[in-house]
Design a protein around this ligand. Structure first.
Ligand code: CTP
Length: 440
């Protein structure tokens, strides 16, 4: 069993889909739901990472936000206002003495219009100014002048690893957070200076996802969600096995949506080629027995359990230790099977699930008669909610259609991207999960 830290990467090449006239990656589709119509003031302080801000500006506008760029003098050393003007479609503000504003108060006007101020990159020097409440140029002046209760301030740190680790920098970000700023994470890796470590600015796609996540209502705050996803692999010998066509995409999308909605999420994943949603804890397993072991090791802390995994119903009774060889006789090996444990049914029968401390959700991948099979399966598995889908129509795809079945009836979630469905399902969960569940 392998525990992997969250590592979110938007994968445009894997997830291209169509939204209106634009072909956009799925992460933009989600961002559009949160950011369309929002007005973002994008502040650039001085740092090499300004080159990423150009792409961030583009992504924000593609997601339907309007973007007003404000740059410090130092930022202009790294990126021209002309570029940012072209990408945002608005003239850039660089000075508090800008006479374009009739009242000559750009710091007031800009901050009053904003749904959020995003400082990306936020340099060590700039956060030091924020921590002290200094206001000697337009960007810091605007941050101090913003209506603190209404206009959130998001900071995307970007600096050399020593500068990031310096106690003064950490102190300044902590102070800015205590004063109401929302500090986004930093990336790890090779830095412009040639050193390697923490402190580089997140990639534009990650920032877009984090900004969208910031606006997402935290309907699962306080919940710990455990979810299984993907197929299992049941070994025949060290090089062969039995598996199925599940891609894991639906489960990963639900995990990402639940994380964005404020849950603490642990994802038990069978063998799939998917990046871990950022902030989600992942446990990799191969077989159904390993999946059961991983679930049992985590379930006592969970308040919600969702079983999306396509668990193999049977495994070879005796997996060979060595590769089974052809002996030239034409005889084929005789395989016999034993039934795998039913992970969902095991969890649903536990005392915590029965008492209402743990809310269980099952999935059903059927090929036909979805409503009838899903209804029967919900009762057989003993879960309050069962989510049906047509397996052959969705395996490996980026979209799906879901049928929610509970004790009071059923409801369809029409065909949409798995990302969108993940968020819809999370909203449904938030409405259904009873107050008796064990919160953090
Ligand atoms: N499930 C599980 N452990 C198993 C089999 C299934 O946890 N050994 C879970 C799945 O993750 C899903 C639900 O049970 O949430 C239904 O899975 P499905 O394969 O559709 O149902 P089965 O019980 O295997 O029934 P059948 O294959 O006969 O339809």
């Amino acid at each position: 069993m392998e525990v992997v830290n969250g590592d979110y990467r938007c994968q445009p090449q894997l997830t291209a889909c169509v939204a209106g006239q634009l072909t956009l990656p799925l992460c933009y589709i989600r961002a559009m739901q949160e950011l369309a119509g929002k007005h973002i003031v994008l502040g650039l302080s001085g740092g090499v990472a300004c080159y990423k801000s150009a792409q961030l500006c583009r992504l924000l506008t593609k997601a339907g936000a309007t973007v007003q760029v404000v740059m410090t003098e130092a930022a202009e050393q790294f990126m021209t206002p002309v570029t940012m003007q072209a990408l945002s479609g608005r003239t850039v503000y660089t000075s508090q003495w800008d006479a374009r504003e009739a009242n000559n108060m750009p710091h007031i006007n800009l901050s009053r219009e904003a749904d959020a101020v995003v400082i990306a990159p936020c340099s060590a020097d700039f956060v030091a100014k924020l921590a002290q409440g200094r206001a000697d140029e337009l960007l810091s002046l605007m941050c101090v002048a913003r209506p603190i209760d209404r206009v959130p301030l998001l900071l995307a740190p970007a600096m050399n690893r020593e500068m990031w680790a310096h106690p003064a920098t950490q102190r300044n970000f902590a102070q800015a957070a205590a004063d109401g700023a929302h500090v986004l994470g930093v990336g790890v890796g090779e830095q412009a200076c040639g050193e390697t470590g923490d402190g580089r600015m997140l990639e534009p796609e990650e920032l877009l996802a984090d900004i969208a996540a910031f606006f997402t209502p935290k309907v699962l705050a306080g919940h710990k969600l455990l979810i299984t996803a993907g197929p299992t692999f049941e070994a025949i010998d060290p090089v062969r096995g039995i598996t199925n066509l599940s891609s894991g995409k639906m489960g990963f999308a639900i995990a990402a949506a639940a994380k964005t909605a404020g849950a603490q999420v642990t994802l038990v994943a069978g063998p799939v080629h998917l990046s871990t949603p950022r902030g989600v804890r992942r446990i990799n397993v191969q077989s159904a027995q390993q999946m059961l072991g991983a679930v049992q090791s985590q379930i006592d802390q969970a308040s919600i359990f969702i079983a999306t995994a396509a668990v193999a119903d049977w495994r070879p009774a005796n997996a060979a230790d060595q590769k089974i060889k052809k002996d030239g006789s034409g005889d084929v090996p005789a395989l016999s099977f034993v039934e795998n444990p039913d992970i969902l049914a095991t969890v649903a029968q536990s005392e915590r699930a029965q008492s209402g401390a743990l809310y269980c959700v099952g999935f059903a991948a059927e090929s036909h008669d979805l409503l009838a099979y899903a209804t029967a399966k919900r009762v057989r598995k003993g879960v309050p909610l069962l989510v049906g889908n047509i397996g052959p129509a969705t395996f490996g795809q980026d979209d799906n259609a879901l049928l929610l079945v509970d004790a009071s009836g059923h409801r369809e979630l029409p065909r949409a991207s798995k990302t969108a469905l993940g968020h819809q399902l999370v909203a449904e969960l938030a409405r259904r999960v009873p107050a008796t569940t064990t919160r953090l």
